[in-house]
Design a protein around this ligand. Structure first.
Ligand code: GTP
Ligand code: MG
Length: 195
């Protein structure tokens, strides 16, 4: 699936702008700055396909990428970011929630969680929304290159405890580092398997 070209299709700012729901779709959700866009770049082997940045709130639209004409890969705006104007944040959050609960072809949502911190309250809010919408989701821990082993154990514990509370969650989580390449092949295989 990722061997060929993955291309940017469009950035969407309202539900009416979504492309036709005509193929398998996976999306990347998570707190601002957790590494969603960077992970998409790592998966596709392209440095700057999805725009990543040190500044939280970088991705402000729902960005659609096509892979092998069979899948959409979707980069979402982050949540839990307080430093943007309230009206702007509310607009993104509303769109994010509408998308996550109203996309019939969404096969799996990947919920990204920083390996240094573990699941937070805002992450659980998104998980609850996915439960209600019956969207299967899987947690991807990011930035494992930045965490000490003892801290990782702690945040894995927090995250597993959170997952146990959410019926739509896959019990297995994926450990990744976009920097070091950890977990990238595993994630590619998971996505390719979602026909
Ligand atoms: P928003 O679009 O603002 O929601 O953020 P995002 O989740 O898309 O995060 P983004 O991919 O822009 O990455 C945020 C910062 O984290 C950037 O400076 C990345 O270089 C860094 N980053 C992402 N993944 C990793 C990783 O695996 N390891 C390390 N060390 N840094 C990472
Ligand atoms: Mg982003």
């Amino acid at each position: 699936l990722f061997a060929g070209e993955v291309e940017f299709l469009k950035g969407v700012v309202a539900m009416a702008g979504l492309p036709p729901a005509d193929r398998a779709e996976v999306c990347f959700a998570g707190r601002s700055n957790v590494g969603k866009s960077t992970l998409i770049n790592a998966l596709t082997g392209r440095k700057a396909l999805a725009r990543a940045s040190n500044t939280p709130g970088r991705t402000q639209e729902i960005n659609f990428f096509t892979a092998a004409e069979s899948h959409y890969i979707v980069d979402l705006p982050g949540y839990g970011y307080a430093n943007a104007p309230v009206a702007v944040v509310e607009k993104w959050q509303r769109l994010l929630k509408q998308y996550l609960s109203g996309r019939p072809t969404l096969r799996r949502a990947f919920v990204l969680i920083d390996a240094r911190h573990g699941a937070k309250k805002v992450d659980e809010e998104i998980m609850t929304l996915l439960d209600r919408a019956a969207v299967p989701f899987q947690v991807v821990m990011t930035k494992t290159d930045k965490v000490r082993k003892s801290d990782l154990e702690h945040s894995l514990g927090l995250t597993r405890a959170a997952l146990a509370r959410h019926p739509a969650a896959f019990p297995e989580l994926v450990l990744t580092s976009s920097e070091k390449g950890e977990g990238i092949e595993t994630l590619r295989a998971i996505i390719a398997g979602l026909g």
